[in-house]
Design a protein around this ligand. Structure first.
Ligand SMILES: Cc1ncc(C[n+]2csc(CCOP(=O)(O)OP(=O)(O)O)c2C)c(N)n1
Ligand SMILES: [Mg+2]
Length: 891
């Protein structure tokens, strides 16, 4: 028993000393298990007696695994050190070279230098590229440590010298390397985009959970596969890291999940917690939520000191120092550490009295000691029943001479000649001075023991990592044809329904489809009832890894709250971020598991793109597929909810994501055509795209699909209702429920003013614009050839008159077509903050109701000299459009 005597604990009371002695005896004679039971019993007793039981979420500031429990290191330590040194050199050299030749191109040196041991122990002993026939571990790398990952791949022979020399030079007609992990840019290499702080850990948790989901639903075989997430200590400031999903990981008992926090005590500007200790803070947070926490703070050199620390003053000193001091200890030298750390107490000073300053300075941090890291990983991998976090204390800029542990080290991109040669010598890289000064890459010969060792270790663990399966589509996958959507195409037969209701029926039918049914993953952040999805809950159940441990109170009802171990719905609770992480795991399963899972993440559209936009961007980078369903869309269609709920702009934001196809359908058959085509394109053809489809809660009769409009629906526009009789002199564009307003305006114009109008359903301004831009670019690049005509111009070829385009979104949405429609275009939309009122008042306020559309048409015709201006002016009064009211854009 190595309990520290009372002096260190500052317990000078006789009685307490006696208790401690008695406790020590119990442990000595009956073992630590009995100690735990005794404490547990005492705690309960104390609670029953009304004693205030102190909660301690922190354990002593030492390694969690005692030396006595360490397993010996299984690898060749000297060899692995040499390999690690080679990787360190090349990682540093690639950044240095690039910045020397192209100042400002950037890159990071000091992050990998702190992470090297943590990654290398994993690469040599833990990261399985496959588990037999089944896929292997997933590793989320700290994004800005990518030079280290590249340097290893270079030594392994996976990346060529030319590629490495073109790090951050991707546009030179030569193979280059992307700055950070981007599957979009290096689709056979990187699996997970991680460089936007916080997204990696969040996605890793939901990946581990999704793996269990696939296992529990019988879609993949259970394997010992792990999800490893390497996280910066500064990164843990992001709410995505320490948010509610930590409890999810513990609740779901995700023992396939391992977080490794690289606690180098620094972030970009300076210390993470200069005045405190990040390790303690994280330990408390993770322990408090039920994670298995393993601290790796001190290297093996400290073991002997701790064993000799009979006074307990060394631990006391370790505990009282704050991170700002720890940082300074590694930024300065051994003499400083002797004076400022050990010198504080005579007992600690004595411990190192016969050590040289160099020996003191060589005392290593745990996260840089392979023996300690190996043991932590081993425990983590063997741990059952919950997720593990390893808090590994490291040194930012380790080995970078004067840059080590300095506040400015994160921004270090170039090194001086002296620093390069010193680095070369310290890590024993066999290159001459001039090569060192140039920052030349160095790879030993293929048959060198180092390269052979690396290759042999990776072979043992199943192959290289990271690696992504970049095959297009999934072999044998066949999308259901449009006939599978028959019910949606037939219309609502006189019943007023919303597109949301129509979508729910579509989803229900799709989940019954023998081919794709089981691949559908409905994801909902606590809004299933809002969207009328109760029937789906009953049909396929909510995924619950433990099954349903209670009898739901509504079990006697048809649509009861059904949870099941093989449930299909991911009911995420109130977390759009978590739901998006599930969407990401599901939408990339076609590559990661070779199973074409088809997620439908349905949510309040207002809480999507503007709230979790960065996650969606990363999803696109990861070549994610699937459907984002923007529920309760439309600033005037979602009545009553007001400013924070009414969405009039998510389709503007979604249009910024290159692989996102945005649609704003008015009718259920339009949505069905889009979804069918989407499944075919994404999963059968293997196109890297995903869909954002607006859903509304306004009820109206859904017509049957008119023949021949499929192409128009998919490309973005088709003529819905031509003017009756004479040729139209006005074109009315409508989208979503505002299409109904356009239809009403059509009859107002014809009936009251004798003006004929055609009505068009515009399902996607964004798709139309993209196609037109592509034509325009081609035309620009080929001035001598016959120009291509954009689809929007070809459909409008024989039409006349102004185009009044109205939707429930901002005017900028139809304005996307202005370059091609020019002055014909007049847009109406919902610029401005929402209001609580009913649809009639909202549409009057935002000027996108039928009357506003009709008056806009007349006004424009008058300006064009095609209608009497006085009559046009009077129409405003007659139709109740108030011309004196303020502009809704700023109201
Ligand atoms: C969301 C986001 N905000 C800011 C940045 C810019 N950034 C890149 S690295 C970094 C510091 C990271 O510190 P830490 O997580 O401790 O990693 P370390 O480099 O110390 O290992 C910052 C702020 C980013 N990449 N993502
Ligand atoms: Mg850090």
């Amino acid at each position: 028993m190595n309990a520290k005597p009372a002096a260190a604990l500052e317990l000078d009371h006789e009685e307490i000393l006696e208790w401690i002695e008695a406790f020590d005896e119990v442990i000595d004679q009956e073992g630590p298990g009995q100690g735990t039971r005794l404490l547990d019993a005492l705690t309960r007793r104390a609670q029953q007696s009304g004693v205030d039981v102190p909660v301690h979420l922190n354990t002593p500031y030492v390694n969690t695994i005692p030396v006595s429990e360490e397993a010996p290191y299984p690898g060749d330590r000297a060899m692995e050190r040499r390999i690690k040194s080679l990787i360190r050199w090349n990682a540093m050299a690639m950044v240095h070279r690039q910045n020397k030749k192209d100042p400002g191109i950037g890159g990071h040196i000091s992050t990998y230098s702190s992470l090297a041991t943590l990654l290398e122990v994993g690469y040599n002993h833990f990261f399985y590229a496959n588990h037999g026939e089944e896929p292997g571990d997933f590793v989320y790398f700290q994004g800005h440590a990518s030079p280290g990952v590249y340097a290893r791949a270079f030594l392994e022979g996976r990346l060529t010298q030319e590629q490495v020399e073109n790090y951050r030079h991707e546009l030179r007609d030569k193979p280059g390397l992307s700055s950070y992990p981007h599957p979009w840019l290096m689709p056979s290499f990187w699996r997970f985009p991680t460089v936007s702080m916080g997204l990696g850990p969040l996605n890793a948790i939901y990946q581990a959970r999704f793996m269990r989901y696939l296992e529990n639903r019988g879609l993949i075989k259970p394997t010992p596969r792990k999800v490893w997430a390497f996280i910066g200590d500064g990164e843990t400031d992001e709410p995505e890291v320490l948010g509610s999903q930590l409890t999810l990981a513990a609740r779901e008992k995700l023992d396939n999940l391992i977080f490794v926090v690289n606690c180098n005590l620094q972030r970009l500007d300076g210390p993470v917690r200069g005045n405190g200790k990040i390790v303690n803070e994280l330990e408390a947070a993770f322990r408090g939520t039920g994670w298995n926490v393993i601290k790796v703070l001190w290297g093996s050199g400290w073991d002997e000191l701790l064993a000799r620390d009979h006074s307990g003053m060394l631990i006391k000193r370790m505990e009282e120092c704050v991170d700002g001091e720890y940082q300074a200890f590694k930024a300065k030298d051994g003499a400083y550490v002797r004076k400022e750390f050990f010198g504080k107490y005579p007992e600690t000073a004595a411990l190192v009295a016969d050590w040289t300053d160099d020996e003191i300075f060589r005392l290593q941090r745990g996260g840089l000691d392979p023996q300690k890291v190996y043991n932590a990983y081993k425990r983590a991998v063997e741990h059952k029943g919950g997720p593990t976090v390893i808090l590994a204390k490291t040194i930012k800029g380790y080995g970078l001479g004067s840059a080590q542990a300095r506040n400015a080290t994160h921004q270090e991109k170039k090194m001086s000649d002296e620093a390069l040669t010193a680095f070369r010598s310290r890590f024993e890289i066999p290159i001459p001075d001039n090569a060192a000064k140039e920052g030349s890459l160095y790879r030993p010969p293929e048959d060198s023991p180092e390269i052979q060792y690396m290759l042999e270790r990776r072979k043992e663990l199943g192959g290289f990592m990271p690696k992504r399966d970049a095959r297009k589509g999934v072999r044998g996958f066949e999308a259901p044809g449009l006939e599978a959507f028959k019910e949606s195409l037939e219309g609502s037969k006189g019943r007023a329904v919303s597109t949301t209701m129509g979508f729910v029926s579509m989803l229900r039918n799709l989940m019954k489809d023998p081919k794709v049914g089981k691949l559908v993953v409905p994801i909902i952040p606590d809004e299933a009832r809002t969207f009328g999805m109760e029937s789906i809950i009953r049909q396929v159940g909510i995924y619950a890894s433990q099954g349903q441990l209670y009898k739901p109170h509504d079990v006697d009802m048809l649509l009861y709250y059904r949870e099941a171990k093989d449930g299909q719905i991911l009911e995420e609770g109130i977390t759009e971020a978590g739901s998006m992480a599930s969407m990401t795991a599901a939408g990339t399963a076609y590559s990661n598991y070779r199973i074409p899972m088809i997620p439908f993440f349905t949510y309040y559209s207002m809480f999507g793109f503007q709230r979790v936009g960065d996650l969606i961007w990363a999803f696109a980078d990861a070549r994610g597929k699937g459907f984002l369903m923007g529920g309760t869309g439309g600033r005037t269609t979602l009545a009553g909810e007001g400013l924070q709920h009414q969405d009039g702009h998510s389709v503007v934001v979604s249009s910024t994501v290159p692989t996102c196809a945005t649609y704003d359908p008015a009718y259920v058959y339009e949505a069905a055509v889009i979804v069918q085509d989407g499944i075919r394109r994404m999963y059968q053809e293997g196109e890297d795209r995903f869909y954002y489809i607006m859903l509304y809660n306004e009820d109206y009769v859904m017509p049957e699909m008119p023949p021949g409009c499929e192409e128009g629906i998919i490309k973005g526009i088709y003529k819905l209702k031509a003017a009756e009789g004479k040729k139209a002199t006005v074109q009315l564009f409508g989208s979503g429920p505002i299409l109904n307003e356009a239809l009403k305006a059509q009859s107002i114009l014809a009936g009251k003013y004798g003006v004929q109008a055609d009505v068009w359903s515009v399902t996607s301004y964004n798709e139309l614009r993209r196609e037109a831009l592509a034509c325009e670019r081609w035309n620009r690049l080929h001035p001598a050839e016959k120009p291509k005509q954009p689809f929007i111009l070809s459909v409008l070829e024989k039409t006349d008159g102004p185009i009044i385009a109205a939707s429930d979104y901002m005017k900028v949405v139809p304005d996307q077509l202005a370059p091609w429609l020019g002055t014909r275009l007049v847009t109406l939309g919902t610029d401005g903050f929402g209001r609580s009122d009913n649809r009639e008042h909202l549409r009057r306020h935002f000027e996108n109701n039928a009357e506003s559309i009709a008056t806009a048409a007349l006004s424009r015709l008058a300006r064009d000299g095609k209608f009497d201006p006085k009559k046009a002016q009077k129409a405003f009064t007659d139709l109740g459009v108030n011309i004196e009211k303020g502009d809704p854009a700023l109201a």
